[in-house]
Design a protein around this ligand. Structure first.
Ligand code: GLU
Length: 273
């Protein structure tokens, strides 16, 4: 059975781009007689707020979207993410990175196709003594995936996008990504991959802006022997200025549109649903 999901982060109010993504995901499930799930991706306590979670439920309900009752809340699963990070670490696939944002900005030589800075790999070359010394000083560190080691472990990998076909995993597309952030003890990549497996998602529906991340998620699925779903990276809805909607664009949030008298029916029609 097809199982899709919409997985917003409650870091702001939902806008038209989110509405498109949620409606798209619901439609893929419906067209296949499947299930549509909701997941609240609230691991980043520095940016997530309870009022935005409420907003997600209100907006989706208003749009007439129906999701399964078992909503996964990521903040309740932090211990599990930690256990899996420990497992990857014990497998020798992670390395500590003590770089600050400034260090990273200074040492970045490459940028990924999605605009993300690719980490230079500076801390990969730290000796055991240096690592111990830094740890003993209490310096905070993140844990990065050693993408070379991961490739040695998994060999060639592929993933299938229902819209664009088969893709070979590019192990270096985002460089050695952070899997355990200094501040929150996990990361988007780790949590999303574990949860799509946990929720038995068969088709990961999300915007094409997350395309590069899929390489990482496919690698993690292989390393952790998780289910391998298909993906459906949909187009991004753009504003009249040609830019994609962002959470900072307050005028286009669903709550603002609702308050200004726009109906859910009009929004569905405008977005092609
Ligand atoms: N939580 C992510 C976001 O709001 C989306 C995650 C995903 O669909 O994989 O951008």
């Amino acid at each position: 059975m097809t199982v899709t999901r919409f997985a917003p982060s409650p870091t702001g109010n939902l806008h038209l781009g989110h509405a498109y993504s949620a409606l798209y995901s619901e439609r893929v499930a419906k067209d296949n007689g499947g299930k549509f799930l909701l997941r609240i991706e609230d691991i980043d306590y520095t940016r997530c707020r309870p009022e935005y979670i409420k907003g997600i439920y209100n907006d989706l309900e208003w749009l007439g979207i129906i999701w399964e009752s078992d909503v996964v809340i990521q903040s309740s699963r932090l211990d599990l993410y930690k256990d899996v990070a420990n497992k990857l670490n014990a497998m020798g696939l992670l390395y500590p990175c003590f770089c600050t944002r400034k260090d990273i900005a200074k040492s970045t030589e490459r940028t990924a196709s999605n605009g993300d800075a690719i980490y230079s790999g500076k801390c990969l070359h730290l000796t055991e003594e240096k690592i111990a010394e830094k740890k003993s000083k209490g310096l905070p560190y993140s844990l990065r995936l050693n993408s070379k080691r991961a490739e040695e472990e998994t060999g060639k990998l592929f993933w299938n996008d229902q819209l664009s076909g088969i893709h070979e995993v590019n192990f270096d597309s985002l460089g050695d990504v952070v899997l355990v952030r200094k501040d929150i003890g996990t990361s988007y990549h780790l949590a999303v991959t574990l949860d799509d497996d946990f929720q038995d998602v068969t088709c990961v529906t999300r915007g094409i802006d997350l395309y590069e991340s899929t390489h990482i998620h496919r690698i993690l699925q292989s390393l952790l022997e998780l289910n391998v779903p298909e993906w459906s990276h949909h187009k991004l809805i753009k504003g009249s200025d040609g830019n994609k909607y962002s959470k900072s664009d307050k005028s286009l949030t669903l709550s603002e549109l609702r308050e200004s008298g726009v109906s859910a029916k009009e929004i569905r029609k405008e977005l092609g649903f």
